[in-house]
Design a protein around this ligand. Structure first.
Ligand SMILES: C[S@@+](CC[C@H](N)C(=O)[O-])C[C@H]1O[C@@H](n2cnc3c(N)ncnc32)[C@H](O)[C@@H]1O
Length: 289
């Protein structure tokens, strides 16, 4: 541990932020590598007297911050971790960094199934770091969760994240294309959830370099119109859901009406478009008959 005066730390922090970057990324660096949480930062600003303890010295933290700024590499990949809901998740450039807007997808499930003690059967398609599935498995300890991904590296990271977050064993990971690893669970799911790759090709080419140059293309690109994977997931969902089972999908900011039409075409009912915190129709939900 490295002891440093709070005054010196505040001055150093200001200096680093004046070089560029955003507060949120800097907070991730301080929390993951320095051991200083946002709560600690608030306490330091209320009482800037005395010393604090850092897990790494200022030179080390500064070198990561400069690498982040010069190479446009996401700070989460440089630190090897990210925070999502109340989870601390390992991330490498083999998985998408779970986004804050996706956090709400878990609250949508909480609203559908209010009793946490129910025995339910959930599936997540395209689990990446495992964020959504782990949050669901922890919140519904008596339920079973199965999660798929087409990327073996992502599944390895998701498995590690689950082991680090829980001593439970109600989440299992499966390798393969969307629904195909779940043949044995046909007609058994109470809910399937997915944040699939949904960026249309022309938008993908224009993504900021910190996304395009570092995050896996397979996690982002949704074919020509962005709906390639969403279409496949919706079309096959009726085979896997129980009667009245739910499908919950995240989509791109301008896709919700099109996704709603796909739900209707595939005979879903109770269809709703749900907004994210910016007021964007980010999620589409529906029940199979
Ligand atoms: C947008 S990322 C979402 C990751 C994670 N669920 C989250 O919300 O942060 C999409 C995920 O789908 C996976 N994926 C892409 N194509 C797939 C396919 N054909 N079958 C299964 N998973 C796929 C990617 O590897 C990636 O992990």
């Amino acid at each position: 541990m490295f002891s440093i005066s709070k005054q010196e730390f505040i001055f150093w922090k200001k200096q680093q932020l004046s070089k560029g970057g955003d507060q949120q990324s800097f907070a991730v660096l301080l929390d993951c590598m320095g051991g200083i949480s946002t709560h600690d930062l608030n306490l330091i600003s209320i009482n800037p007297e005395g010393n604090l303890l850092l897990k790494k010295n200022l030179e080390f933290l500064e070198s990561l911050w400069e690498q982040h700024l010069t190479e446009s590499c996401p700070i989460q990949y440089l630190c090897g971790f990210t925070f999502w809901r109340d989870l601390k998740l390992k991330v490498t450039n083999k998985v998408l960094i779970p986004r804050s807007e996706t956090e709400l997808i878990v609250d949508i499930v909480f609203n559908i199934f209010r009793k946490k003690s129910e025995k339910l059967f959930f599936a997540e398609l395209g689990t990446g770091s495992g964020a959504i599935s782990i949050a669901l498995a922890l919140a519904y300890p008596l339920s079973q969760v199965v999660a798929t991904d087409i990327d073996q590296d992502a599944l390895e990271i998701a498995t590690k994240n689950y082991k680090n977050s829980s001593i439970q064993s109600n989440l299992k990971f499966y390798y393969g294309n969307w629904w195909s690893p779940l043949e044995n669970f046909k007609g058994k799911l109470d809910l399937a959830i997915s944040n699939p790759p949904y960026i249309p090709r022309h938008n993908y080419e224009k993504l900021p370099k910190e996304v395009k140059n570092f995050e896996p293309k397979i996690a982002l690109l949704g074919g020509e119109d962005g709906l390639k994977h969403i279409r496949e997931i919706i079309q096959k969902a009726p085979l896997y859901l129980k009667e009245k089972g739910w499908l919950v999908l995240e989509n791109h900011f301008d896709q919700s009406e099109k996704v709603k039409q796909l739900f209707i075409k595939n005979k879903f009912t109770s269809i709703e478009i749900m907004k994210d915190l910016s007021g964007i129709g980010r999620f589409t939900i529906g029940r199979y008959k």
